[in-house]
Design a protein around this ligand. Structure first.
Ligand code: FAD
Length: 393
């Protein structure tokens, strides 16, 4: 077998892979290769769909706030280096009935970490955000450093920069298998084989295909996106309408302002089962689902046409407790980052930075990776809880 050689090979040029490639390409003397099964930025990965919520007021603040802070610096760095607008800090507005558990947790995080925020009562919400149909007893939390990320632009920018720095990227090339050997890692692809010193596996929802062992931990959750036309789109422009999370009874909605000038994103997910492989995931909402989502959108937003003008269905790999997997194999040669669990786009630059450090010799401890992200730690927790939670953002 004829083997091409490289120092670090990244499998998957999506959210984490593109950020790892960007970081690796800045290291002197490291030869870097990226392999992606689809083209450069595509509609099939977990990052597709125009926008992603970025917020600092998250659950489990102690785990995530430092990752999010570092990611915010890296998002700005990516903007500076690429000259592209990637992160709009329009704020992130949570609206829920007073005392709602997720709202209280987010509030606890902003207080514990002294994050800039505002609390709004029902009257203030109605006066300042007339786009929302605010219910009696609803309260708001405006996370000042929250906002909307542009995922396709982010991935494109990181890949372009990596390539400009010398990384070699191969698209429409699928990795078939990965084999650790004494002298390196052999990666077989649909376009030939490679021998790499180290490999980063950043293959998202497809991770179980390359590492069937991950079936023990990962499940695919389905997440749908819908966009609606308001009668007054100017009210939904980014300078007036923050990204939002809304809880009303059992209904959870999330979304983003209008980046295209005619429709804004407002999504809620039907009760989909979890899946084991991407091939099983539905490709679109049913008509009944769209009618139900539209009715709920019309109940929560003022003057909105209930028929979605755009819709798409995606998937994401989840761990039971939604902590990501950042794992290094026993030989130190294969680094796996997956299980971003419906909320990981916001901190993908930090994960890419960790992957880059681990693949170039740092130990998890030296890189500052939370030990709970290692695969054995995940499996130990799974043995105790055995439960999966859904959700996103
Ligand atoms: C609809 C939706 C909404 C979300 N909303 C938010 C949000 O608001 N905020 C937030 O922070 N997060 C959000 N998330 C989560 C976040 O977008 C994902 O967790 C993140 O994009 C996953 O990144 P990844 O790198 O693991 O996977 P991906 O970005 O999918 O990248 C994996 C890449 O690997 C490639 N690949 C796979 N197998 C192979 C192979 N064998 N050979 C070559 N290439 C391969 C794939 O083609 C893909 O390009 C959301 C997710 C979804 C689906």
């Amino acid at each position: 077998m004829d083997l091409q050689q490289t120092d670090v090979l990244v499998i998957g040029a999506g959210s984490v892979g593109s950020m790892a490639l960007w970081q690796l390409s800045k290291r002197d003397g490291v030869d870097v290769v990226g392999i992606e099964q689809y083209g450069r930025v595509h509609a099939h990965g977990s990052y597709a769909g125009e926008s992603r919520v970025f917020r600092t007021a998250v659950h489990e603040g102690g785990t995530y706030v430092p990752m999010i802070r570092r990611s915010r610096e890296l998002w700005r760095e990516l903007e500076r280096e690429s000259g592209r607008a990637i992160y709009s800090e329009v704020g992130a507005l949570s609206i829920a009935p007073e005392g709602f558990p997720d709202f209280e947790t987010a509030l606890g995080t902003v207080r514990d970490f002294d994050l800039e925020h505002r609390l709004l009562d029902t009257a203030e919400l109605r006066a300042e955000f007339p786009q929302h149909r605010v219910h009696d007893g609803d309260v708001g939390l405006l996370d000042a450093h929250g906002g909307g990320l542009r995922p396709e632009v982010a991935v494109m920018s990181a890949l372009d920069l990596a390539e400009a720095n010398g990384a070699r990227l191969f698209f429409n090339t699928a990795v078939i298998d990965v084999e650790e050997r004494a002298n390196g890692v052999v990666v077989r692809t649909t376009q030939g084989s490679w021998l790499a010193r180290t490999v980063i596996v950043a293959s998202g929802s497809w991770s179980t295909r390359l590492s069937p062992d991950l079936h023990r931990l990962l499940r695919l959750q389905v997440l749908g996106l819908t966009w609606f036309m308001p009668r007054r789109p100017e009210l939904f422009a980014p300078d007036r309408f923050p990204v939002f999370l809304r809880d009303a009874g059992a209904v959870h909605f999330f979304g983003a302002p209008s980046f295209d000038g005619y429709a804004f994103k407002a999504c809620t997910n039907p009760e989909w089962p979890v899946f084991r492989d991407v091939s099983e995931v539905p490709r679109a909402h049913t008509r009944e689902e769209l009618i139900r989502i539209g009715q709920r959108a019309a109940e929560l937003f003022v003057d909105v046409n209930p028929e979605p003008v755009r819709e798409s269905v995606h998937h994401c790999a989840y761990t039971p407790d939604r902590l990501p997997v950042v794992d290094t194999s026993a030989s130190g040669r294969v680094v796996t980052v997956t299980g971003l669990s419906g909320h990981g786009f916001k901190f993908s630059p930090r994960l890419g930075e960790w992957a880059s450090a681990l693949a170039t010799g740092a130990t998890p401890d030296e890189a500052g990776v939370d030990p709970r992200f290692a695969l054995p730690a995940h499996l130990e927790r799974l043995a105790v809880t055995g439960a999966y939670t859904g959700g996103g953002h």
